[in-house]
Design a protein around this ligand. Sequence first.
Ligand code: B12
Length: 215
Amino acid sequence: MSEEIYAKMKDAVLEGEEDDAKALAEEALAQGLPLKKVMDDGFLAGIQEAGRLYSSGEYFLPDLMCSADSMKAALAVLEEEIKKPTSEIKSKGTVLMATVQGDVHDIGKVIVGSMLTAAGYSVTDLGVSVQNAEVVKAVEEQKPDFLALSALLTTTMEEQGRVIGLLNDGGIRGSVKVMVGGAPVTKEFGDKIGADGYSDDAVGAVALADGLGAS
Ligand code: B12
């Protein structure tokens, strides 16, 4: 039975069945299933497969969005348990996320946030089109380990550099590792604006945070 439930979790995310994903997450808590297995063999396996199908052109954006929503529904149920200090999934650090000012794209950022949460980070998402000053204020107040900035437009990617500039001006740049991403962003661009790291996808974002956290 229990092996079967992990396959169901994977399928619920893959098929974008939000209600099923939520119900299965509730069942996992009720049965006291190991969280790591619930994530690795269940929901996370589903979103990873959805991302793979999207990359290979077998899934279209609406499919990916449904999978992301289902993953989020499951995570919303599991989040409190994941955050518990007794959880097998220890928090690896705090991440503040935002889509930069003037940009409303958030699908990729949500997937990155879900992956980071699933990998054991405590993620706070400030939302979309977040004013640069507001991002800096949140860094000052919340003192996160990581700041993850997303930008999908060539016209808004420069805001990532402006946020880093404001962090410098405020004397708090050294307190936070800044990760940047989004379709038009490249490693070269990240280096140019003084980011600590860049990744072109959500799995890479986790590896990036793990690497930066260890350094
Ligand atoms: C969906 C979409 C929209 C939706 C957004 C809905 C939402 N809630 O996000 C809507 C319809 C609102 C929209 C609006 C617009 N859009 Co639009 N949109 C797209 C579209 C089709 C898909 C983007 C997406 O979600 N991709 C899927 C996700 C999973 O990929 P991703 O975002 O790249 O994220 C991955 C990585 O980049 C990375 N990542 C992302 N963020 C981060 C952050 C960090 C820290 C890290 C490490 C990694 C990381 O990991 C993610 C997961 O793998 C793209 C075209 C495309 N194929 O990309 C156009 C696109 C981005 N849009 C575009 C444009 C022009 C617009 C509009 C200006 C259109 C208009 N004239 O109004 C408006 C902009 C509004 C605004 N002010 O922001 C252009 C941008 C062109 C450019 N180079 O600047 C694109 C490329 C379409 C095109 N070919 O012209 N859009």
